[in-house]
Design a protein around this ligand. Sequence first.
Ligand code: TTP
Ligand code: MG
Ligand code: MG
Length: 403
Amino acid sequence: MDQTVSDACGLERHISSISFWQAVSAGGFKSGEDPLRMILHCDLDYFFAQCEELSNPGLSTKPLVICAYSGRTEDSGVVSTANYVARKLRVNSGLPIIQAKKILEGSNATYLPIDRPRYESISDRVMAIFSAHVGIVEKASIDEAYLDITEQVQLDLTEGRNLAQSLKRDIRREEGLSCSIGLGANKVVAKIASGFVKPDGLTIVPSYQSAEFLSPLPVDKLPGIGKKTQERLRGMHLETIGDLAKSNIQYITAAFGKKMGTYFHLASRGMDKDPVRPRLGPEQLSRIVTLKENSRDTDMISPELEDLAQDLHAKALKHGLQFRSVGIIAVLENLVAKTRTKTLDQPTSSIDIIRGSSTELLRTLLEETDLQIRRVGIQLSNLTPTTGQTFLAEFMERPPSTP
Ligand code: TTP
Ligand code: MG
Ligand code: MG
């Protein structure tokens, strides 16, 4: 599949020659505005359905519908997601399965139930690829994450684009999946940009053109505006994000309250201060370190693995968690990230299992490449509370260190 680099608002021409900082300086950056940041939002394409296509590639040429069955009758429930072949026929998330079947009658469509544990394992490995490349990763859902790359790329748009393309390449090479990425000055712009071209898109919005990019889009593209709010805004003659940006803030807050009104006012103008909160979600514990020098020597890498194993084991104990999967993350000398995971029959909190599995996975990984390792990490996933513990949701992961 070809990758699309979208030219949002005809902006691509700026990307190769002008860095983010220069572009903003030239435009006269005013103090008191949002701090300069560069954020990526990555979202896997038709995620549950794409996972199923991986194990059965024959499914990709015909409509594939993943069903959230309610269990009342054989076909009751809604479409969880569908591949793009089905979407062309207007079968999308939320549609009742009965209606999807009517639309797709005679099209040789396949209907599968949700296999969440499998999608979660794949999601964990994709998150590990993000962590291998970027220090500040916030998992936002099973198939999406925000990455703060400000420092890593020094606010340079070309570097930002290269990093986004490396992520897409590694996710494709390691997991066989396509994703869409948006690059913007904050989470709101990055999130909308990642949905701008799908599937397999990359949309780059320089900070000084955030408002211009958002302006023509319908209001429901703003995170937090659903169908009901969209209807209310339509009643107020506010159809596009640009309409919202031009409207009087008092008028909006009177209708939606101060908190929502202020958010609509700022976000519609491309402003958002919400930080990327470094966490991989409550389902994973991971840490990655940069080796003192690139190496393939297990005698040199083993002490690092031992430190990581001890650290992660201590964290698991502290938070009362057991794990069922142990993964290894390696960033090679060419900066390609590799991950390998082993899933056990039973959950455990044994440090010997972390040691043994990570050493074994490292050996396997080294057998598959001739390249040296630059960074190495361990990831514990499929986490469950140890008996008697109930605070899984309270758990927050610390950011892994940057390269
Ligand atoms: P999304 O990222 O919203 O959708 P998607 O990945 O299927 O498609 P896109 O290419 O547009 O990103 O959601 C991720 C997964 O969450 C999706 O694959 C299935 C699940 N999901 C539901 O079960 N119900 C829903 O209503 C939605 C929107 C998603
Ligand atoms: Mg998705
Ligand atoms: Mg998503």
